[in-house]
Write a protein that binds this ligand. Structure first.
Ligand SMILES: Cc1ncc(COP(=O)(O)O)c(C=O)c1O
Length: 507
């Protein structure tokens, strides 16, 4: 254990952040880069306040925040120490005592609680990445299907004519050639929009953030589906929304629950209706119409996150939700990243022209626009190579989905249920009532397979009995072997708790 006095802790340069945040950052980075080790005593409040020439209360506030995050612990009369155990992303931190899966949303969390929660989730999921482990976490496209040299060829094409067009700011709405290519791609997939309705964003994540900014200015309440990709809830919270969760139930977004929760307030509702993350469900047309009716009757706005829609490998696509929504209050979020490579960070938001005009101001304030060269690469890809690439991905995902379904049938204990997605990269597995996907996750880590337990898909830590099974990577054989290992983990968890093998949950 080091003693405190000699500790080289420097307050970072003034970056405009409040002093207590800079103090917090100085200690946090010393812990993160190992200068302060578990068990080390941190210099006292008085000592640090004198060294940094700040008020003692400033240091105290930083200590309290680090304690709340589980990084420090204070002992009366002895001092403050770096906690010996890494703030564990322990199951109990993530899961409320009641493991109800469809319970009412918990009390709203503060942005600070959300941040800490997010960090814990990330640390927790990182523990699953062991060499030799089969990754069934999923949710992102596989790099295996991208032909060698494709990115280089696209970059060359992007630069081959008039490279000067890419030297300056491309504007907050994006390069005209990419806006046009996106409109053409959507039209081929059945949604007619004008290039003027398209804003190019840094990933569809930024598209959601833009809607959150718009909705805040409009004074709208935010309603986000659960389970969900938690980045969505986070994007709304970032813009000051106190997000209300609306559950999916039995394969559809629960519009009745939305109506009840909104109670006549003007709102914005977010859904991912095609191959939903994390369940793989596709919202039936009736549920789409019901959501559109809510928007019409209650002056509601809706975000249709279509990032997985191009990934259908089976069955007929239902009408796009966007096309059913009332003009002026509808948004379509899409992503070239999700169909190609997530590192490209090219997404888009589609809205009606007057709304696009409103959105360009917050967009300008966020980052002035997306990188021009990357946009030109994406435009070259959409016009030449996208169709073939997506077709290859669909076939690869179908083969992996089939391998997962076969292995689930063969190996899973009785009482376990799963969805049968018609596209996308992921399915949702539900354990016999009361069994915990956190236990399965931990057991799976030891057996060399990683899944995303249900609470990862909900900022309120619900959906404990379910988990996301991603089948977007590896060969069908890898997926089959991963599901077999997983079945072993489920079996072990169920036998430990002596669960009855027939208490299924409908999915
Ligand atoms: C449903 C959903 N929407 C949006 C995103 C953000 O994707 P990107 O910003 O890479 O386009 C994700 C990422 O996993 C997601 O699952």
């Amino acid at each position: 254990m080091k003693t405190a006095a000699s500790m080289p802790l420097r307050l970072g340069a003034d970056d405009g952040a409040p002093l207590y945040r800079r103090a917090e950052g100085a200690i946090r980075s010393a812990i993160e880069d190992g200068r302060l080790k578990p068990g080390d005593r941190v210099p006292s409040v008085v000592d640090l306040a004198a060294r940094w020439k700040v008020h003692k209360l400033t240091v105290l506030k930083a200590f309290r925040r680090l304690e709340a995050d589980g990084l420090l612990e204070s002992h009366v009369g002895r001092g403050t120490f770096v906690r010996s155990a890494v703030p564990s992303p322990s199951p109990s931190a993530l899961v409320p005592a009641s493991s109800a899966t469809r319970a009412a949303p918990p009390a709203p969390r503060t942005p600070r609680q959300r941040e800490a929660y997010d960090r814990r989730l990330r640390e927790w999921m990182a523990s699953a990445r062991r060499s030799g482990a089969i990754d069934l976490v999923g949710g992102v496209p596989s790099a295996e299907g991208i032909p060698d040299g494709l990115l280089g060829r696209l970059a060359q094409k992007a630069l081959s004519k008039d490279p000067q067009r890419l030297y300056g700011y491309g504007g907050p709405a994006g390069l005209p050639e990419l806006r046009e290519a996106i409109a053409r791609t959507l039209a081929r997939e059945g949604t007619e929009v004008s290039p003027e309705d398209v804003i190019v964003t840094n990933g569809s994540q930024q598209a959601i953030a833009l809607v959150a900014a718009w909705a805040r200015d409009e004074g709208r309440a935010a309603f986000v589906e659960t389970p969900s990709f938690t980045g969505i809830d986070g994007a709304f919270a970032l813009f000051g929304h106190d997000v209300q969760s609306v559950p999916w139930a039995d394969g559809a977004f629960d519009v009745a629950a939305l109506r009840a929760s909104a109670g006549g307030r003007r709102g914005v509702a977010y859904v991912c209706p095609d191959f939903h993350n994390p369940t793989g469900w596709t919202m039936p047309v009736d549920a789409r119409r019901a959501l559109a009716a809510w928007a019409r009757e209650e002056d509601g706005a809706v975000v249709d996150d279509e990032i997985f829609r191009p990934m259908r490998f089976e069955g007929e696509a239902p009408q796009s939700l966007y096309s059913l929504l009332p003009a002026g209050r509808r948004f379509l979020a899409g992503s070239v990243s999700k169909s190609f490579m997530t590192g490209l960070r090219v997404g888009f938001l589609v809205a009606d022209a007057p709304v696009v005009a409103d959105l360009l101001t917050p967009r300008r304030h966020m980052d002035l626009g997306s990188p021009a060269l990357v946009q030109a690469i994406a435009a070259a890809f959409l016009d030449d190579g996208y169709e073939e690439h997506v077709a290859r991905m669909r076939e690869a995902n179908r083969a992996r989905r089939d391998a997962a379904l076969t292995a689930l049938e063969e190996a899973m204990p009785k009482g376990v249920r799963w969805t049968r997605p018609e596209g996308g990269f992921q399915m949702w597995v539900t354990l016999p009532d009361g069994a915990s996907s956190i236990d399965v996750f931990l057991e799976g880590v030891d057996r060399g397979v990683a899944i995303a337990p249900g609470p990862v898909s909900d900022t309120g830590s619900r959906w404990t009995s379910s988990f996301r099974l991603g089948y977007g990577h590896g060969t069908p054989q890898d997926v089959r072997e991963g599901v077999r290992r997983l079945a072993g983990a489920v079996e072990a968890v169920l036998s430990r708790r002596g669960a009855s093998s027939h208490a299924g949950i409908e999915v």
